[in-house]
Write a protein that binds this ligand. Structure first.
Ligand code: FMN
Length: 188
């Protein structure tokens, strides 16, 4: 058991980012790292933990129309000074459909993480990546009708193929996610 402690904050809309944050927490436990995971939607400002008690911080966001969730945007903007104090030990990731497209991956990896953080005053991200997301058109999907229609249209434009009604497509690459997470642990 190491004496390292990390914080993971995330914002999700359809569940992909939540699943990745959960996987990171599981890997942390396996590596003896104490971890606190927070869905920013359920975290009131007065319950934000004391950043100074932790060795590293990881933040993840869902992407919709090129944007993080509102909660992630607010959190990063409000706590940029605290984030900047994690020198060498702060990471950021997104879940996004374009991340799974080899032609778009390098662009969105920088645009959705590093560039977006810098615009809000985060000085230097030490690790960042973009993972594929969920294209869940099944009955149990967290997407509403309009989101499904918009995503189907985008998928058709991107791939030229029609997404099947009712299909569940998980575009997350779990090896990529594990490698990224272990890389982060090495920095602690
Ligand atoms: C209406 C809508 C707009 C989207 N816009 C984008 C986008 O601009 N770029 C992108 O890469 N993915 C986009 N996506 C795909 C999402 O990023 C993907 O579904 C991912 O799983 C979202 O993360 P979450 O499941 O944690 O909410 C969009 C999805 C929907 C439904």
């Amino acid at each position: 058991m190491s004496d390292k402690k990390i914080l993971i904050f995330y914002g999700t809309r359809f569940g992909a980012t939540e699943g990745v944050a959960g996987k990171m927490a599981e890997l942390a436990r396996e590596n003896g790292i104490q971890t606190e995971v927070f869905n920013l939607k359920d975290l009131p400002g007065d319950r934000i933990p004391n950043f100074g008690d932790y060795d590293g911080i990881m933040i993840g966001s869902s992407i919709k129309i090129g944007q993080w969730t509102r909660d992630v945007k607010r959190f990063v903007g409000n706590y940029k000074d605290e984030l900047n104090s994690f020198k060498g030990k702060k990471g950021f990731f997104v879940c996004s459909a374009y991340a799974a497209d080899p032609d778009s991956y390098e662009r969105v990896k920088v645009e959705y993480t590093k560039d977006a953080c810098e615009k809000l005053g985060v000085e230097k991200l030490d690790l960042y990546d973009a993972f594929g997301g969920l294209m869940d058109f099944s009955e149990t999907s967290r997407m509403g009708w309009l989101d499904k229609q918009l995503l189907k249209m985008a998928a058709k434009v991107a791939s030229g193929e029609k997404a099947e009604d009712g299909s569940y497509n998980d575009l997350r690459d779990w090896d990529q996610i594990e490698n990224f997470t272990l890389e982060f642990f090495k920095k602690l």
